[in-house]
Design a protein around this ligand. Structure first.
Ligand code: PLP
Length: 417
C-alpha cells in the first residue's frame, strides 16, 4: 500500500480560498475572544486535515519500529516510512538515496558542517555566507570554523534587502571552502538568485549549501535542476509536523562523507574491533527515526501538490502586494526588506512603539505575528534595529487577514500615539 494514499486531496479547479481554509481546523479557533488572523507562517505553518489524518492513521493502524522486525505492523510502518521517502524524493525530482531525514533545517546544516566540511577544513579557510542568514545557517559554520582555525565571511546586503552580488563575488576567493546561503530570507522575504549563484559557486569547483527553510512551501522547486550540493528544510514550515526535516544531498557527496551520529540503523556491522556503515542515506540516520514525521511530510506534499505550488506562489504574491499597500497606509510604519520579487514576508518597525509592544497589541486583536530578531541578529545590526514585527503569509491567508492586520495596526498606533 502506498503510504501517501490516505492523505491525497483532490486538486481544486482554481484557487478556492474558502475551501482551502476549511482544510485547516485551527484557523477556526477563536483567540482573545475573536477571529484569528494567523500571520506567523514563517515561524511555523498550520496543518491541514489530511496531514492530521495521516499522523492519526499511522499511530492507530501502523505504529511500530521500522526496518528490522518481521511482524505485520513493522512491515506496515516500514512501507509507510519508506513510501514517504519515495514521495518526498519524487516531489523534488531527486533520487530516494539523496533524501536524508533529519530533525529539521538546523540539523541538516549541522550535519553538513560536521560530517562534510569539518574533515576538509584547514586553518585560514573561509566559509562564505551572507548577512541575511538565519542563525541556523551561521552558528554551525562558526562552530566548525573555530575547531579548524577557519573563519566565516558574510556578503553584504543592500538597503532594500537584496544580496550585494558584487560583494559576494569579491568574497568568493581561493580561501573559500564552502558557500552557504538562504533561498528565501525569513526576515526580509528576499528571494536570492539561487540558480545563478549555484552555477557561479560550482564553476569554481566549490560545494554549495542552500537553506531552503523559507522556500519550500512557497515556490516550485526542482532540486535536480537547481543542482546545489546540499539543500536543507523543515517539514513544519511546509504544513507538516515539527521535529522533522530533510537534507537533500547529491549522492556522491553523501558517499564521500563519514557518518555524523552513531547508533542503530546507520551501521552494516558492529564489533568491538570496528564497525562498518550502512548505505546512503541510512548511514546518516542513526537511531529510531521520526516515522510519523516522514509520513506527515509526505501528506503535506500531497496537499500542496493538490493546490499546485505555482498557484500558491501566485496567490501569495497577490496577497503580498495587497499587504504592502495596506501597510503603507499606516503612518510611521517602515518596511524593512523591499527587494524586487520578494516572498510573502513583511518585516516592519513603527515610530510609536517597540516591536514587542506592537506584537502584543496585535495579539489582543487576534492577529498572530512574530516580533524580535527572528534568529537573524546580524541582519538586525545591518539595518540598525533591535527587532522588527514580522507578518508572514501562507496559502490559507486572504484579504480578510490583511484587513484585520491593517485595522489592528491603525488601532495600535492610536493606542501608543
Ligand atoms: N533557516 C531559515 C531561513 C529559517 O527561517 C529557519 C526557521 O525559522 C531555520 C533555518 C531553522 O529551521 P528549524 O528551526 O525548523 O530547524
Amino acid at each position: 500500500m502506498n503510504a501517501t494514499q490516505p492523505s491525497r486531496s483532490p486538486a481544486p479547479a482554481s484557487y478556492e480560498l474558502a475551501r482551502i481554509r476549511a482544510d485547516f481546523p485551527i484557523l477556526a479557533e477563536p483567540v482573545r475572544g475573536g477571529r484569528l488572523a494567523y500571520l506567523d507562517n514563517a515561524a511555523t505553518t498550520q496543518k491541514p486535515e489530511s496531514v492530521l489524518r495521516a499522523l492519526d492513521d499511522y499511530y492507530r493502524h501502523r505504529n511500530s519500529n521500522v526496518h528490522r522486525a518481521v511482524h505485520d505492523l513493522a512491515e506496515r510502518a516500514t512501507i509507510a516510512y519508506e513510501g514517504a521517502r519515495d514521495r518526498i524524493a519524487a516531489f523534488f525530482g531527486v533520487a530516494r538515496e539523496e533524501i536524508v531525514f533529519t530533525r529539521g533545517a538546523t540539523e541538516g546544516i549541522n550535519l553538513v558542517a560536521y560530517a562534510f566540511l569539518l574533515p576538509r577544513l584547514k586553518p585560514g579557510d573561509e566559509i562564505l555566507l551572507t548577512e541575511l542568514e538565519h542563525h541556523s545557517n551561521i552558528v554551525p559554520w562558526q562552530l566548525v570554523a573555530a575547531r579548524a582555525g577557519a573563519r566565516v565571511v558574510a556578503a553584504r546586503i543592500e538597503d532594500d534587502g537584496r544580496l550585494d552580488l558584487e560583494d559576494w563575488r569579491a568574497k568568493l576567493t581561493p580561501r573559500t571552502r564552502l558557500v552557504a546561503f538562504a533561498h528565501v530570507s525569513n526576515t526580509l522575504g528576499t528571494v536570492n538568485p539561487v540558480v545563478a549563484m549555484v552555477r557561479e559557486v560550482q564553476a569554481r569547483g566549490l560545494p554549495v549549501l542552500i537553506d531552503g527553510a523559507q522556500a519550500v512551501a512557497h515556490l516550485p522547486l526542482d532540486l535536480r535542476a537547481l543542482g546545489a550540493d546540499f539543500y536543507a528544510f523543515s517539514a513544519h514550515k511546509l504544513y507538516g509536523p515539527t521535529g522533522f526535516g530533510v537534507l537533500y544531498a547529491k549522492r556522491e557527496r553523501l558517499e564521500a562523507m563519514e557518518p555524523w551520529h552513531g547508533g542503530g540503523d546507520m551501521i552494516r556491522s558492529v564489533s568491538f574491533e570496528g564497525s562498518t556503515w550502512n548505505e546512503v542515506p541510512y548511514k546518516f540516520e542513526a537511531g529510531t527515526p521520526h516515522i510519523a514525521g516522514a509520513i506527515g511530510l509526505a501528506a503535506a506534499l500531497d496537499y500542496v501538490a493538490g493546490i499546485g505550488l505555482e498557484n500558491i506562489e501566485a496567490h501569495e504574491h497577490r496577497l503580498l502586494e495587497e499587504a504592502t499597500a495596506r501597510l503603507a497606509s499606516v503612518p510611521g510604519l517602515r518596511l524593512i526588506g523591499t527587494a524586487p520579487g520578494k516572498a510573502g514576508i513583511l518585516s516592519f518597525v513603527m515610530d510609536c512603539a517597540h516591536p514587542q509592544d506592537i506584537g502584543a497589541a496585535l495579539d489582543q486583536q487576534g492577529v498572530a505575528v512574530r516580533t524580535g530578531h527572528h534568529c537573524t541578529m546580524p541582519l538586525m545590526q545591518r539595518f540598525g534595529v533591535p527587532a522588527t514585527v514580522r507578518a508572514s503569509l501562507a496559502l490559507y491567508n486572504g484579504s480578510d487577514d490583511l484587513e484585520q492586520l491593517e485595522r489592528a495596526l491603525h488601532k495600535t498606533r492610536r493606542l501608543f500615539a
